[in-house]
Design a protein around this ligand. Structure first.
Ligand code: ADP
Ligand code: MG
Length: 709
């Protein structure tokens, strides 16, 4: 709430006008209902259902005054998108007329058809029942789509049998678990006074590409798959680094301003915008918020980015790798822990808790990552992200932590059984008198690490740009909760009432040192792109899970089952279901990609190549008839004919691999990664060679040059 009030000051009166928060609520609820609702939204106390009717009526009045005729329970099924089932407020009044009605019951619960969403076999098609349940901690909002306005109520989605079928439920459970364990650490250090809860914070840096709508419409691969499946490199990539942080084109700036205005109205605090590394690539980052809210806001942000682009004659591509050979897109996941009294537990200088408390949290992250690097890797596995993580691109699939020079020094001292103070920032002298002195952070940045400490938070950089952030965050919270539990056990066991301060300190250092020593193999402060690191990581026994087929099975391990059930985040059936959905999604996406590619080769690439072939043949005959030796044209024809044959062979190979896919989704995923993907790459490289020799006026697709420059 504090956050929202400050942001209102920054962004003006329109901030949050489309959300059921602040004045929109205060003006409409009785003081008693308001107080009880606050207990739930601020302190996570159970909702008092007695106020539901009053809240529902107020929400309906607010929504209808703002042009809504319908409401929906808005949720995040396992599809990777959001879902909404719209109902009108209209109801029979029992006297032959209609009234606008919205009851507490309708607010709290709804019943969408569960069998239409992925359930990973929890439900059969004939077992339809599922429920959505209101999440009062995430404000209801009004979604605008053209001239339509709909009241959206954030909800969780569960099966009639009680299993979660969505992304929000495990996230909420993971935050509860983490809070419980973090509170134990605070009690050890005596910093728990007045603190009811610890929660996680999240700021997602969303990268995306913008393309002209016309170009997009001409490419079946972009329309079907969100990425180009073929396309020869343009002569220029990002060698010149002339796009990154460059001045933003006017058309794009107008788009960004429009996106931001819409986000502000939705109470989403967009803050940073800039050009990214690749041509046509941009980034948007909000101010961080509590993770549950930040995740809901992220889903809305992706939707606003997409919708607004269309209205500006552009298309926003959120895919992790729309273009081969240029930078892909990620969603850096900035994550921290904060008390409900506002202290950031990963800030060494916040709240005067002392370094040992801070180091307890850092050590929990180190231990969690070392023990469950495979699980965290699995949470960012997707067909799109395979192009980033497995390839030579930021960051590699090996999960390690970058600490930065300063924290590394402190941790080295810890290993030696000592405590040491943090250095504060120093100043940089630019060498000219008029310029101000620059404050310099105690540590440099490392852009190559998948998981980096940056002063007051960790940045998980392996998350893909299309990702639903609730999932990686639920798992990150869970693995850290487990390690906090472990550290709290050790601390509680080694501390006694009668210890002096020095003895306490020494005992705590002893516990943390053991944890750090045991798990520090996951810490790496060098260049994560280098071959030397890959070799070193292998020596250290760190997993290097390159693609979905390698990465996803970790979620089915006994270790994973135990972790998620011990911390009450996902039961076995829920975990199995999720895993099955993830495999099926990967298989479905890859089949669509393969089919799209085959179709483009048969209906676009080969016909264009054959047209050129016949042009060349005609030119040879005509040249010959004119009494001139057509040798060079003949050479061209021979080369092109060879390329066409090569492409035909590669395409048939791909068709037969696609047809041979069979068995369980997991087995199919393995075949896809090992066999289908290489076959698609072969087709692509043949096609790209042909693109390099067919005349522009015959080529049926906008090229990389057209799309990106
Ligand atoms: P970068 O320099 O890494 O590109 P940006 O300024 O683009 O950084 O984005 C950093 C993100 O980290 C923002 O969304 C910001 O709100 C978020 N952030 C800052 N502090 C925290 C924190 N304590 N917890 C979570 N996220 C944070
Ligand atoms: Mg950034």
């Amino acid at each position: 709430m504090e956050n929202v009030r400050n942001v209102e000051k920054l962004f003006g009166d329109d901030y949050g006008i489309l959300t059921f928060t602040g004045e929109n609520i205060r003006r409409r609820l009785s003081p008693a209902a308001l107080r009880r609702l606050d207990q739930t939204t601020q302190y996570n106390e159970p909702l008092d259902e007695a106020i539901a009717d009053e809240v529902a009526a107020a929400m309906k009045d607010w929504a209808t005054e703002n042009g809504c005729t319908h409401y929906c329970h808005w949720f995040q099924p396992l599809t990777g998108a959001t879902a909404e089932k719209h109902d009108s407020f209209l109801n029979m009044d029992g006297e032959g007329g209609v009234i606008a009605e919205f009851s507490g019951e309708m607010l709290i619960r709804s019943e969408p058809d569960a069998s239409s969403f992925p359930t990973g076999s929890i439900r059969d098609t004939w077992e339809a029942r599922g429920y959505t349940a209101w999440d009062p901690t995430s404000p209801a909002f009004i979604a605008i789509n053209g001239s339509e306005r709909t009241l959206c109520i954030p909800t969780a989605f569960v099966s009639w049998t009680g299993e979660s079928l969505d992304q929000k439920t495990p996230l909420l459970r993971s935050i509860d678990s983490l809070s419980k364990q973090a509170m134990r650490i605070l009690r050890v250090f005596g910093t728990d006074k007045g603190v009811h809860r610890v929660q996680t914070t999240l700021g997602c840096e969303q990268e995306y590409f913008l393309l002209d709508e016309e170009d997009y419409q001409m490419r079946p691969d972009l329309r079907m798959c969100g990425r180009t499946l073929i396309g020869a490199d343009a002569p220029k990539g990002h060698q010149l680094d002339d796009h990154y942080f460059g001045s933003i084109p006017a058309k794009v700036q107008a788009y960004m301003a429009d996106v931001e205005a819409r986000l502000y109205a939705l109470g989403i605090p967009a803050k940073t915008r800039h050009n990214e590394v690749a041509p046509h690539q941009f980034e948007l980052a909000p101010l961080f918020e509590g993770t549950n809210l930040a995740c809901d806001h992220q889903m809305q942000t992706m939707s606003v980015l997409r919708r607004t682009a269309r209205e500006h004659g552009m298309v926003c591509l959120l895919h992790e790798k729309p273009f081969a050979g240029v930078n892909g897109s990620g969603k850096h996941n900035n994550w921290s822990l904060v008390t409900d009294t506002g202290h950031n537990l990963l800030n060494p200088n916040d709240g005067g808790a002392g370094h040992l408390q801070f180091l307890s949290f850092v050590c929990a992250v180190v231990r969690g990552l070392d023990m469950h690097a495979d699980l965290l890797r699995a949470t960012v596995a997707s067909a799109g992200n395979d192009h980033r993580l497995g390839a030579n691109e930021a960051p590699p699939a090996i999960l390690s932590i970058y600490m930065g020079a300063e924290l590394e020094r402190v941790l080295e001292h810890l290993e030696a059984g000592e405590t040491s103070e943090f250095e504060h920032s120093t100043t940089l002298d630019l060498g000219t008198t008029a310029m101000p002195k620059l404050e310099r952070h105690p540590g440099d940045r490392n852009r190559t690490s998948p998981f980096a400490f940056i002063g007051n938070r960790f940045e998980f950089r392996a998350v893909g740009s299309t990702a639903v952030p609730a999932w990686p965050n639920a798992v990150l919270n869970t693995i850290v909760a487990e390690s906090l539990d472990h550290i709290a056990d050790k601390l509680e066991a080694s501390l006694t009432e009668d210890m002096s301060d020095e003895e306490r300190s020494a005992a705590i250092v002893g516990v943390l040192r053991d944890v750090y020593k045991t798990h520090k193999r996951v810490v790496f402060n060098g260049d994560n792109y280098s071959d030397a690191w890959h070799a070193e990581a292998e020596k250290r026994g760190l997993p290097n899970l390159r693609g979905c087929a390698d990465a996803l099975p970790a979620l089915g391990s006994d270790k994973a089952r135990k972790l998620f059930s011990d911390y009450e985040v996902l039961g076995e059936a829920e975990l199995d279901a999720r895993l099955m959905v993830l495999f099926e999604t990967y298989v479905n996406i890859m089949e669509i990609e393969a089919r799209t590619l085959i179709r483009m080769i048969h209906t676009m690439v080969i016909p264009a190549a054959v047209r050129h072939q016949s042009e060349l043949a005609g030119a040879i005959a005509a040249t010959d008839a004119a009494g001139v030796d057509p040798e060079s044209v003949r050479g061209r024809l021979t080369d092109l004919t060879g390329l066409i044959t090569g492409l035909e062979v590669a395409c048939h190979e791909l068709e037969s691999k696609l047809a041979s896919l069979d068995g369980e989704a997991e087995a199919q995923a393995r075949m896809i990664q090992d066999v289908l993907v290489p076959a698609m790459e072969k087709v692509r490289s043949s096609s790209d060679k042909i693109e390099g020799v067919v005349p522009d006026d015959l080529w049926p697709l906008p090229t990389y040059l057209d799309l990106l420059f």
